[in-house]
Design a protein around this ligand. Structure first.
Ligand code: GDP
Ligand code: MG
Length: 164
């Protein structure tokens, strides 16, 4: 079976662990130990082909090995978490061994519209500037666009790294 590695990166508290738990286990976990860094396996079907995803939910440690897909998460309620994405992307591109890096941006906590600090326009601008990196406004809590984000990333990895 083909296997791909995904790394979930972003500022503390944006919902990386909650997104990962929703995608892998279909559960909403209100409170996750912010220091826990762990990897999870999920088998998904992509166009009838069984595909293994190994997902690393990071907790501050940088994991920038190339040949991985990167889910860059910010919270729509935190401008500072949004601003942290550019340096993360720079660090990824510095170590990359390939021209194109599979990447998706997730503006999480979209259910908290009343607390929004990052407009959709502002996020779209970054997405375009970075070469149309797919952007989703997700909610781990409501399970909105969780699968879309991970599956878009998976399809990019299959496309760029080949269906091994
Ligand atoms: P991490 O540090 O990036 O792994 O963040 P966590 O996944 O631990 O989530 C941090 C906090 O944000 C927790 O209190 C979660 O309950 C909350 N949270 C995560 N995702 C969402 C979301 O989509 N909506 C809302 N309202 N809260 C969220
Ligand atoms: Mg976490």
């Amino acid at each position: 079976r083909r296997e791909y590695n995904i790394v979930v990166l972003g500022a503390g508290g944006v919902g990386k662990s909650c997104l990962t738990a929703q995608f892998v286990q279909n559960v909403w976990i209100e409170s996750y130990d912010p220091t826990i860094e762990d990897s999870y396996r999920k088998v998904v079907d992509v166009d009838g082909k069984s595909t293994v995803l190994e997902i690393l939910d990071t907790a501050g440690t940088e994991q920038f090995t190339s040949m991985r897909g990167f889910l860059l998460v910010y919270s729509i309620t935190s401008l500072s978490s949004f601003n942290e994405l550019a340096p993360i992307r720079d660090a990824i591109l510095r170590i990359k061994e390939v021209d194109e890096v599979p990447m998706v941006i997730c503006g999480n906590k979209s259910d908290l519209e009343g607390d929004r600090q990052v407009s959709k326009n502002r996020a779209n601008h970054i997405s375009k500037k970075w070469g149309n990196v797919p952007l989703y406004e997700s909610s781990a809590k409501k399970r909105l666009h969780v699968d879309d984000a991970f599956m878009n990333l998976t399809r990019q990895m299959i496309r760029m790294m080949g269906a091994t």
